[in-house]
Design a protein around this ligand. Structure first.
Ligand SMILES: CC(C)(COP(=O)(O)OP(=O)(O)OC[C@H]1O[C@@H](n2cnc3c(N)ncnc32)[C@H](O)[C@@H]1OP(=O)(O)O)[C@@H](O)C(=O)NCCC(=O)NCCS
Length: 227
């Protein structure tokens, strides 16, 4: 089966966002295995937990299984009611992590929350901020989003810095359960109006012209009854 054949039936398979050495793209099974193995090699220090569901705990094989499980379960959830879009991040052609976005009632709210991770060896090089700016570009410029939100635990400086750096506005603090303990999260929101004000700064942050392909068929798919 070719990507071209799959894209005819499932348009998201042809989605690409590129900027210089960085690319976000649909996760086929070949890429998924590479990303699962990358996650198995470690996403964060043992002493921290950046995720509400602690999928990064355990052996490399357990972590890799959870990546497959999550991606396979959510792969088809791309429609006007529930939208889950998970894109592989490639840096100079190497799989380095995942940038996702998800939301309910997309056709009414046009709102998603972003979530992401990079393999530890690829963190702290500016990739996280650039891939966030790229998914914001995809949703505001390509898919007509009204709002994009994000959340980060107070003890996750890198994720908080990425939201601030890409220009989100603070949207309160929430208390949530994390591995059996109460933890605080900063919430962030980017409205369409705010995006218009920070779009140029984000283009500079990305550092190369953003080229998107395969977006119009996805936007159409999200509007259609068959989605
Ligand atoms: C969060 C994550 C995606 C950010 O990507 P990244 O490539 O590491 O971040 P960047 O290199 O783009 O850094 C962005 C900003 O964060 C700051 N930052 C990065 N790591 C930091 C740290 N440990 N402490 C303080 N600031 C940090 C950087 O200095 C930069 O800000 P600056 O340019 O103003 O200096 C990545 O670190 C990651 O995958 N972490 C583990 C999983 C995770 O936390 N996911 C998010 C869950 S909400």
């Amino acid at each position: 089966m070719t990507t071209e054949a799959l894209t005819r039936i499932w348009p998201a398979a042809g989605l690409r966002v590129r900027a210089g050495d960085l690319e976000l793209r649909w996760i086929d099974d070949t890429l998924l295995v590479e990303l699962a193995e990358l996650a198995g090699r470690g996403v964060h220090a043992e002493s921290t937990m950046p995720f509400a569901f602690p999928w990064t705990r355990g052996s490399a094989t357990q972590v890799a299984h959870r990546v497959l499980d999550y991606q396979w379960r959510n792969r088809s959830a791309l429609g006007p009611d529930r939208l889950v879009l998970e894109l592989g991040v490639l840096w100079n052609g190497r799989p380095v992590g995942i940038q996702g976005a998800s939301g309910s009632d997309w056709s009414v709210l046009r709102e998603v929350e972003t979530g992401s991770w990079l393999g530890r060896e690829f963190q702290g090089r500016g990739i996280g901020a650039r891939m966030r700016a790229m998914i914001l570009h995809l949703f505001f410029e390509g898919l007509d989003a009204e709002n994009v939100t994000s959340a980060a635990y107070l003890d996750n400086p890198a994720s908080n810095a990425v939201s601030r750096k890409t220009g989100y506005e603070q949207d309160g603090i929430v208390r949530v359960a994390r591995e059996g303990q109460a933890a605080m999260q900063h919430r962030y929101r980017m409205t369409r109006e705010r995006w218009a004000a920070v779009r140029e700064a984000n283009a500079a942050l990305v550092g190369a012209p953003i080229e998107m392909s395969g977006v119009a068929p996805v936007a159409e798919h999200l509007r259609s009854d068959r989605a």
